[in-house]
Design a protein around this ligand. Structure first.
Ligand SMILES: Nc1ncnc2c1ncn2[C@@H]1O[C@H](COP(=O)(O)OP(=O)(O)O)[C@@H](O)[C@H]1O
Ligand SMILES: O=C(CO)[C@H](O)[C@H](O)COP(=O)(O)O
Length: 555
């Protein structure tokens, strides 16, 4: 009898489940549920409580709806009986965090807090804790804190401690009422198993936890704010579980919600980017995976703990047990194009797209692909949502240089694509220059799947071959693999993620190869990008921050 495993991937706008055959890695069914509340960045669900600039919240009930709708749907669509599903695991955007009570109830789902913005889930791209991040980085630097090096020299405002501190600063009553502040991936997993077991992946990359040293010292937290001295014991926990372990089993309550059998193995939770690595078959150093969607994450394995300025983090066992897992990223990739189509594309283009039976991205891509490299005379910086790597500064903003009265919409679209490719090259060079080899490049995610023109640009800009994931649901497949590992070989799964990757992870036969002539021109353009990057990003011209301050004072 065949055995099956389910992975659920929670993205920025929707959750997707995939049901996979364990012995072949074949995906039998997929189901998607858009979040009912989407991303809340203007109002709370009451439609009245206004959110400030740089906020991005979600509703935890949307995550439970994903389980309730997609899991029964993949079971039904595949015709697989729940008895034959041996494991399940999830992955999530991160750092996406929420305050909860000890029994798992999110504060925002309690009447007294439902109108309080700080009681909701803070999505990874909630950037309103930048002040806290800045202060944290200053204090850590003054104290010579060793951990800073492991996070590329700076802790991002997207990560756990700045977000926790923001809650404490702006809503001490919420901080006080929370028994724990937890990553959404660990919370949803606890809704399946009945117990919170925090993952080494989320703790390591997002909460400054280290396998040998644990969290930063009490002295450090006290230096941030005396009220934070015991934050680990009071709101986090010292007990961290390695990815690849079993988090528990499906409870009776979770069985009712999902249609799975009680007792089904549940894997320790993962992050969407990291979980994708084994799903493309990577289990060794030197192979960088780009997970390209709303944002892009770059994940890479290494043998040793090297210090790479501006990376997001290096975590032992953070991706594949036995290796150092490196992460870097760009906070705005798909979002870059989304902003453009929402704000800068004339109605005539939409009309043309409709007449040509294309979506607007496809039309703009098609028009942009008719241009020669360098023909538009444009160059952009990809910082519309700040810069995660290598500058770690959410206060940086976008730049477009070279526009004239003749500049066309598709030229700007192409310049924005190119900007994200230059940003990726900057990251690859940072790894290489600091002793972490990048010998091969892989890509997965919505953009790697949907936009081959963009992938060709990336190949030309980085001047390397790019291999593409075979799965269109790579993170969900990775989670399904971790579900099979949680079940273990005795129950029909695998004993390690490396074993699972050998069978279940794969890439397409067709790859992108750099086009020499294009690569030569991109070399010149990249040199100009590098100059702008340093000029605006490293303090020579702080105009972006000055403008932000003026804007803040006007609000
Ligand atoms: N053809 C396309 N070319 C470039 N970007 C696209 C295209 N289609 C969608 N996008 C962008 O991709 C992002 C969604 O990526 P996806 O991987 O599906 O989601 P997520 O990152 O939330 O997992 C959106 O920001 C959207 O603007
Ligand atoms: O920080 C991350 C992972 O560490 C991701 O950028 C975040 O999870 C969002 O992912 P996506 O672009 O797929 O929505």
């Amino acid at each position: 009898m065949g055995k099956y495993t389910i992975g659920v991937d929670y993205g920025s706008l929707s959750g997707r489940a995939v049901l996979v055959e364990v012995e072949s890695g074949k995906e039998l069914a997929t189901a998607v549920k858009e979040y009912t509340h989407g991303v809340m960045d203007v109002f709370l669900p009451d439609g009245q409580t206004k959110l400030e600039n740089d906020w991005a919240l979600q509703h935890p009930n949307d995550y439970l709806e994903v389980l309730q709708i997609t899991i029964p749907q993949v079971l039904k669509e595949s015709g697989v009986s729940a008895v034959d599903v041996i494991g399940v695991a999830i992955d999530f955007t991160a750092c996406t965090v929420l305050p909860i009570k000890d029994d798992g109830t999110p504060l925002c789902m309690m009447d007294q807090f439902s109108n309080h913005p700080h009681s909701y889930v803070k999505l990874w791209k909630h950037h309103a804790a930048q002040d806290e991040a800045n202060r944290l980085n200053e204090i850590a630097e003054e104290r010579g804190e060793d951990f800073l090096k492991r996070y590329g020299g700076k802790i991002s405002s997207e990560w756990m401690i700045p977000k926790v501190w923001q809650i404490l600063n702006e809503a001490p009553e919420i901080y006080e009422a929370a028994d724990q502040i937890v990553e959404a991936t660990d919370w949803v997993t606890s809704q399946l198993t009945g117990e919170i077991r925090r993952s080494s992946c989320t703790a390591g990359y997002k909460a400054i936890w280290h396998k040998q040293d644990g969290y930063p010292s009490k002295g450090f937290f006290k230096a941030l704010d005396p009220r934070l001295e015991n934050v680990v014991e009071e709101k986090l926990t010292n007990e961290i579980f390695s990815i690849g372990l079993k988090a528990g089993e499906i409870t009776e309550k979770a069985a009712e919600l999902t249609g799975l059998n009680p007792g089904t193995a549940v894997g320790i939770a993962n992050v969407d980017a990291h979980v994708s690595v084994p799903a493309v078959g990577i289990t060794e150093p030197g192979k960088l995976l780009m997970i390209m969607g709303t944002s892009t994450c770059h994940v890479l394995l290494g043998e040793e703990e090297k210090i790479v300025p501006g990376m997001c983090g290096v975590v032992e066992d953070g991706v594949i047990p036995g290796y150092m897992g490196y992460e870097a990223g760009q906070s705005c990739v798909g979002d870059h194009f989304e902003w453009f189509i929402d704000n800068c594309v004339p109605a005539s283009y939409y009309q043309e797209a409709e007449e040509s039976n294309m979506n607007i991205h496809e039309l703009l891509t098609e028009k942009a692909s008719r241009l020669q490299v360098g023909e538009s005379g444009l160059l952009a910086l990809d910082w519309w949502n700040g810069n995660r790597s290598t500058l770690v500064d959410a206060d940086l903003t976008g730049v477009l240089i070279g526009a004239t009265l003749l500049t066309k919409t598709e030229e700007i679209y192409r310049a924005l694509i190119e900007a994200t490719a230059y940003g990726t090259r900057m990251i690859i060079e940072a790894f290489r220059n600091n002793g972490v080899p990048v010998n091969e490049v892989y890509a997965c995610g919505g953009i790697a799947e949907k936009n081959s023109f963009m992938m060709q640009i990336y190949s030309d800009v980085i001047n390397m071959e790019i291999k593409i994931s075979e799965s269109s649901q790579t993170p969900a497949l990775g989670s399904a693999m971790f579900g099979a590992v949680a079940a273990g070989k005795d129950r029909g799964g695998y004993d390690s993620i490396t074993d699972a990757a050998k069978v279940m992870g794969r890439v397409k036969d067709d790859t992108y190869m750099p086009i020499n002539d294009n690569a030569k021109v991109y070399e010149q353009l990249y040199a100009e990008y590098e100059k702008l990057y340093d000029y605006f990003g490293r303090g020579e011209n702080n105009v972006m921050k000055t403008l932000k301050n003026i804007k803040k004072n006007m609000l």
